[in-house]
Design a protein. Structure first.
Length: 238
């Protein structure tokens, strides 16, 4: 569903991603792991169309359509959702208002409001938090839960979560992962993570290892366990 052929990303002449080739298949769960600064977030940005990342790519196809020149908004409309590693705050816009715009008024306001409230309840998000400007004054874990809420209501086809598991408590993580498992049918998940914790709840079909901007290894969920035990250097060099 997402085909990446020869993707290179440079920032100020520095290679951030080098010759990335991978086909993400529909309905599968992928984990992307790798040391700090290896290019994981940059890959997520490149897929979502962040304007700060200039791509050189042979082809970048989403469900058969070339998306390499599309704006982030157009990519989102096609069904690509990126949850940021550090979710931004939006002053003066609450989650309801944001989703209303993002959904192009496809859901009537009352239904949307109800959907937000039910989902927030399931995720353990306080009512007061959804009425506030998005992420303003929210704790790290609360922001991650709000990301999950948006993903669930936007109902995208490809969901990229950049460290959704960082900074969330064990109960919140279970709720987030349960949510993913309950909404897996026909969807593709890319989970960028440093930890196995989330992968115990939502099992990845494949684990990809990025190092120094290169895709150096692809394996199954056992690879993530080996990494946790032995670290990246030993696994990649073995
Ligand atoms: N806009 C930018 N300007 C300059 N350097 C950048 C930019 N974006 C990314 N980089 C550099 O590219 C490399 C990859 O960064 P990236 O954020 O993708 O790493 P990461 O694998 O997500 O790391 P972490 O695990 O710490 O989140 C880093 O060395 C980073 O400093
Ligand atoms: Mg990152």
């Amino acid at each position: 569903m997402l085909q990446i052929k020869n993707l290179n990303v440079k920032v100020d002449k520095k290679d951030i991603l080098v010759k990335i080739n991978f086909n993400f298949e529909k309905g599968k769960v992928y984990a992307i792991m790798g040391p700090n600064g290896s290019g994981k977030s940059s890959l997520a940005y490149a897929i979502a169309g962040h304007p700060g990342y200039k791509l050189e790519v042979e082809s970048l196809k989403f469900e058969g359509n070339d998306i390499s020149d599309l704006s982030p908004e157009k990519r989102a409309k096609l069904g690509i959702f990126l949850s940021f590693q550090s979710p931004l705050s939006l002053s003066g816009v609450n989650v309801f208002q944001l989703l209303r715009i993002a959904l192009d008024k496809k859901i009537d306001p009352l239904t949307l409001k109800k959907k937000i409230e039910t989902t927030a309840k399931k995720l353990g998000i306080k009512k007061e938090l959804i009425e506030r400007s998005l992420n303003e004054g929210a704790s790290g874990g609360e922001k991650k839960k709000l990301e999950m809420l948006q993903a669930s209501i936007l109902d995208p086809k490809l969901l990229i979560f950049d460290e959704i598991d960082t900074g969330v408590d064990i109960d919140a993580l279970r709720k987030i992962a349960n949510f993913m498992n309950d909404n897996k049918d026909g969807k593709t998940y890319i989970l960028i993570t440093h930890y196995n914790r989330i992968l115990h709840y939502i099992r990845p079909d494949k684990v990809l290892i990025l190092m120094d901007g290169k895709l150096v290894k692809v394996g199954n969920s056992k690879l993530a366990e080996k990494i946790e035990k032995n670290g990246y250097e030993r696994i990649v060099n073995s």
